[in-house]
Write a new protein. Sequence first.
Lengths: 460, 433
Amino acid sequence: MNTRRKFLVTASAAMSGSAFGSSLFARQTLPNSNESKKVPTVSAWVNATLLPVDKPPISGGAIVVQDGKIQAVGASANVAIPANATIVDAKGKWIMPGLICTHSHIGGAGAADGSGPIQPGVRVMDSINVRDSGFRRALAGGLTTLNIMPGSGHLISGQTVYCKLRYYESSPRIVDEILIRDQNGAPVGGLKMANGTNSQGDSPFPGTRGKSAYLVREQYIKAREYQAKVVAANGDASKLPPRDLHLESLVEAMQGKRIVHHHTHRHDDIMTVIRLSQEFGFQTVLHHVSEGWKVAKEIADAKMPCSIIVLDSPGGKVEAKDMTFSNGRVLDEAGVKVAFHTDDWITDSRLFMRSAALAVRAGMNRDKAIAGLTLAGAEMLGLSDRIGSLSVGKDADFAILNGDPLSVYSHVLETWVEGKKAFDLSKPDDQLYAEGGVNAGSDIDPFLCCFAPAWQGGAK
Amino acid sequence: MILCKSQLTVAIIAVVLSCGHSEAQQPLVVQAKKVITAAGKTIENGTVVCVDGKIKAIGKTGEVAIPEKASIMQSEVAMPGMIDVRTCAGLSGILNVDHDSDHLESSSPLQPELRAIDAYNPREELVEYIRSFGVTTIHTGHAPGELISGQTLIAKTIGNSIEEALIVDGRAIAATLAEASSKSGKSSPGTRGKQMAMLRTLFIEAQELQAKMDAKANPKLTEKSDADSSKQSDKVSDKEKKPEPIARNLRLEAVMQVLAGKKAILITADRAQDIASAIRLAEEFKIKIWLDSAADAHLMIPQIKAAGISVLLHPSMARASGEKENQSFLTAAKLQAAQIPFAIQGGFEAYVPKVRVVLFEAAIAAAHGLSYEAAIESITISPARILGIQDRVGSLEVGKDADLALYDGDPLEYTTHCVGVIINGKVVSTTKR
C-alpha cells in the first residue's frame, strides 16, 4: 500500500504543471489516503488446492495475505489463521501465483523509430497507453506481471519495462502507477534485442545476418570504450565523456543491471545470440526460440534461459516454420529453464495458461509447465525474490480458478495483485474483458470522481 | 489407450498396397470407448466398420459384425472427421511468401471468375497440419480482402492432386464487406457505399446477361413480345431471327450461378453495419449468402435469424482487434441459443497463425457457454449441412464416407492427443498430436 501511495504522489507531481491536472488528481488521491489509515487487513483462503510452484501442490491448503504480502502458505491444518482475518472457504478452487508474461506488447508500446537499427537508449516506458483494455484482459487470464517490450524490428529496439497490473479499485491513470521499481524507486526493465529476419531491412538496417551481428558487436565495443572512459575519469566531471544514453544502456546490460531479452527463432540465430552474449558478458533470456529444440544442448551448456511462445498453428514466417508444441519439453529435458510468453497480441493473454497446457500435451513435465507461467518467468526478469510463487514474504499476486489451470474448461474467477482484487469474473465489467464484446477492445475509461464525458452531462 | 501398433502396421500396409489399384480396400474397423457420432447419440464402447471407403456398420462393440481380414484400430474416443467451414489452407501456405501465397489476387476488386481448383495445392504443409488433428474436409478458397476475391471449393485433406481430393468445385464465391477491401486514393472501392454499389452493379449485370441468355434459349417468348411491332419484320431474314451468339463472360457466369442458387456467396463481414449490408444484398437479389467471420453477429441475432442466414463463425480465438474488436467468446453460444445455423471456422490471417485448427476453436466455445454436443456439431455435421455435403460427411452413419478422427481422451481438452485420422476408410495419419 505504501508503494501505491508513492506512485500516486508521483502521478500528482507529474500532472501538477496543469491546473486541471492537479485538481483532478488531488481529489482522486483522497480515497486512497483514507484507506491507508485503515487497520491492515488480513485475508485467508482455506480448503483450496494450492499450486505454490516452489513446493509441491497442496490439496486442502490455506494462504494468508496481509498488507499485500503472503504471510503463510500450507495445508489448512498447519496454517494459523489470525483472529482478525477475513476467511474465504475456497473449497473446489485452485489458487496459483499470478501469471508472469515475460514478453508482452500490451499498451501499444513502441520504442525505437525507423531512423536506425540500434537504439538502446529509447524507453518503452515513455509510450505505454496504460488505458489499453489489453491490461484488463490480461488480468482476466490470471496475469499479474508483464515485461512490456518494444518490437523486434530493430537489432536493439530499446528498454523494456516490468509492470504490475495494479488495476484494482480505480484503474491506473498514468503508466507510473503500474511500474515495478527497485529499492531506490527506479523502474526496472530489460533491453530488447532481435536477430533474424525481423530486424533486417533497407539501409541503415542490416540486410544479412552477418551484418546484423557486426553492427551489434560494433556498438557493444563502443560501449566498452565509453565505460572505460567513465572509469578512467574517476568522478572528475571534466574528464567524463559526453553522456550517451544509447551507450549507457549497453553498459548497463554488460554490467548485468539490465537483462537482455533477445528475440530469436532459427537455430543458427540462437547460436549467434549465445556467441554475442558470451563475448560481451550480458545476461540473456532467449525469446520465442522456435528452433530451440534443435540446439537444446547448446542452450543448456550456455545456461541460457528460454522464454518460448506456443502457437497452435504455424505459418506466417519462414524462420518460425519449424516451431513445435514439443519445444518446451525438449528444452526442459535438456536442462534449460523454460518460461512461456504471450507476445500479446500474437497470442491472447486471456489464454496464457493454454500455452503451458499445449506444452504438456507434447509431453512437458506438468510442474515445470506451471512454473513456466510463473516462477521461471520471475527468474528471467530478476524478480523471483518478489513474485512467481506462493511463498511467505512475496507479493500477494495470485489467481483463483474453478479447476485445473491446464484444462480448457477452467476459468479464472479472481485475480489478486498485491493483496487487492483486480479481477472478479462475477462482475459484469470484468466479464466483458474475460469474454469479449462491445467495448472490450476500447480504452478503459479513467475513473473520474468529478467529471463525466460531455455526452453524459459534463462536470458534476 | 493408443493405437495397437501391430494392427496399425497392418492398416498402413493395406493402404500402401491399395494405392493406385481399383481392387477393394481391406476393411477397417475402429473400436472406441466412446464413439461420438454427431448424429444424435454417442455410443459407449462402439464399433465403426469401414468398407470400401464408406461406413458399413456402426453400433455397440460386440453387436456389430466385423468383416473378415479387417484391420482393427482402437482408441478412447472416435468422432467424425472434422470439417473446416472456411479456410484458405492450400491456397495460402505455411511460408507466407509469394511462392505459396495464392489466396488473394489484388489486380482487381471483382474477380468472381477465379477458380480455387486452379490455385489449390493439396500437398501444402498447412493442409497436412490441420489434418493431423483430425480435420478431414475443408471448404477452402480465396481469402477475404477484395470485394470479390474468387471462388471456393470443398475437398478432402488428402490427395496428390485436387482432382483426387475434390468434393465440390466452385461451391461459393468469396466477397468481403470491410475496410480491408477498400482502396486508397482514387481507386475503387474507396468507401463502404461504393463497395455495395459495385456489388449491386455486378449482380444487375449478371441478371441482364441471364435475361439475354434466357431470351436466346427461348426465342418464342421474345417473338411474342415483338409480335405487334411491325409486319415488315416478317421480311427479316432467318439469319437475323437467330440471336447473335452471346459472348462468354466468365466473371458474370460465376455471378449468374449465385443468382441461380447453384453457388453461394460467402460474405466476410465483421462489423454490424457490414452484416446489415450483406443481408440487404441477399434480400435484393434473392441469393443464398453465408455470413463469414461475423464478429458482431452477437449484436445482430434477430436480423440474422429473420434473414435465415447461416454463419461461418470466426475462430473463437481470432484476435479481438480492428473490425473484430467486439469479438466475443460467447457468440457461438448465442447463435446456438437463437437456433441460427452456424459452424466454427479455422479462418484466415495474414500472419501467424495462418490457418487455425477448428478443434481448438470449438473447444474454446465449449468452455464459454456452447454445449458440448453443439461444439462437436459446429465442426462436423453443422458445416456439412451448411455446405450441402451432409449426405457424404459430417457424422458417423451408415453409407457416409468413412472419415474419422481418433483421440486418447476428450477431443476438446487441451492435453488430449489426436492419435489417428482416417479418410475414405484409409488411415492417413497416426502421428500423436
